[in-house]
Ligand binder design. Structure first.
Ligand code: IPD
Ligand code: CA
Ligand code: CA
Length: 272
């Protein structure tokens, strides 16, 4: 049993500090990686090296502060089920938006969440390129730079700006493409920005109206999902299911039902 109390604000403060250190490493490695690409390494290797180094640092920092906790990270795996009652599991995506990281598009982030009893209780998403930081702790709202977030006030589907993302597998992409082709004529427009964690933060602050995606992993969803729900949004799957790999829909209450019903009709959580 951990002797360190699981106060959600303490967990958030630690996540925030660890994410800031990780973001500094990711930024530094990107500069170094560009030099490497020019001279020797393949682009994919470079990104993989940064992902792994950043995750290693995050896990080391978390476990130094709280040695009895469990961890799950994208690169090194870990505890794939929630920790025992009352224990903390950290869920980490060292760089969410790896393709943007590779290309130098300023939409990639460190994402760190703390989960207790199967529920995310603290989360931070730190945009490495811009320095913007979004945070949430269970019951304490969602915040960016001292500003509390509450999502979009849009109410009509036709005026809804929708963010989404696509999986890496070709067959799944084909299905996702069919869904988008039918959704696009019904909404204001579609955005594919390349980081699920930052998409969830964008919907939390209302810079997009809704977000949905099929195929998210726990580390894509954990921190950003809490930030969106603490901003007052509904974060769900389809047809009463919880958000997860089949589908994540994050939307203000006024838009949720509208988008939900269209996504059900289009079988957005189906296909490969
Ligand atoms: C990906 C990004 C992307 C989303 C993919 C994720 P990665 O994560 O969040 O926006 O569409 O589903 O896998 O690979 O950049 O960590
Ligand atoms: Ca990711
Ligand atoms: Ca990643």
């Amino acid at each position: 049993m951990s002797h360190v109390a699981n106060n959600v604000l303490d967990l958030l403060a630690l996540a925030r500090q660890v994410a800031a250190n990780a973001a500094a490493t990711a930024a530094r490695m990107r500069t170094e990686a560009i030099t490497d690409v020019d001279t020797k390494s393949t682009a994919t290797d470079v990104v993989t090296a940064a992902d792994k180094a950043v995750e290693k640092q995050i896990l080391a920092d978390l476990l130094t502060a709280r040695p009895d906790d469990e961890v799950l990270g994208e690169e090194y795996g870990g505890t794939t089920v929630p920790a025992a009652a009352g224990r903390v599991r950290w869920i980490v995506d060292p760089i969410d938006g790896t393709v943007n990281y590779l290309y130098g598009l300023p939409q990639y982030a460190v994402s760190i969440a703390a989960e207790v009893d199967g529920e995310t209780v603290a989360g931070v998403v730190h945009n490495v390129a811009t320095g913007a930081v979004w945070t949430a702790a269970k019951g304490h709202g969602a915040w960016r730079d001292g500003r509390q977030l509450s999502g979009s006030t849009a109410t009509e589907l036709a005026q809804t700006l929708v963010a989404t993302g696509f999986a890496y597998a070709a067959e799944r992409r084909a299905h996702q493409g069919r869904v988008i082709a039918q959704l696009l004529p019904q909404v204001r427009d579609i955005r594919r920005m390349g980081s699920a964690a930052l998409d969830l933060c964008a919907v939390a602050e209302g810079t997009i109206d809704v977000y949905f995606e099929k195929g998210l992993a726990a580390w894509d969803l954990a921190a950003g999902g809490l930030i969106a729900s603490e901003a007052g949004l509904l974060v769900t799957g389809l047809s009463g299911r919880p958000p997860g790999p089949d589908l994540v829909l994050a939307a203000p209450a006024a838009l949720h039902r509208l988008l939900h019903d269209v996504l059900v009709e289009l079988d957005a959580d189906g296909g490969p």
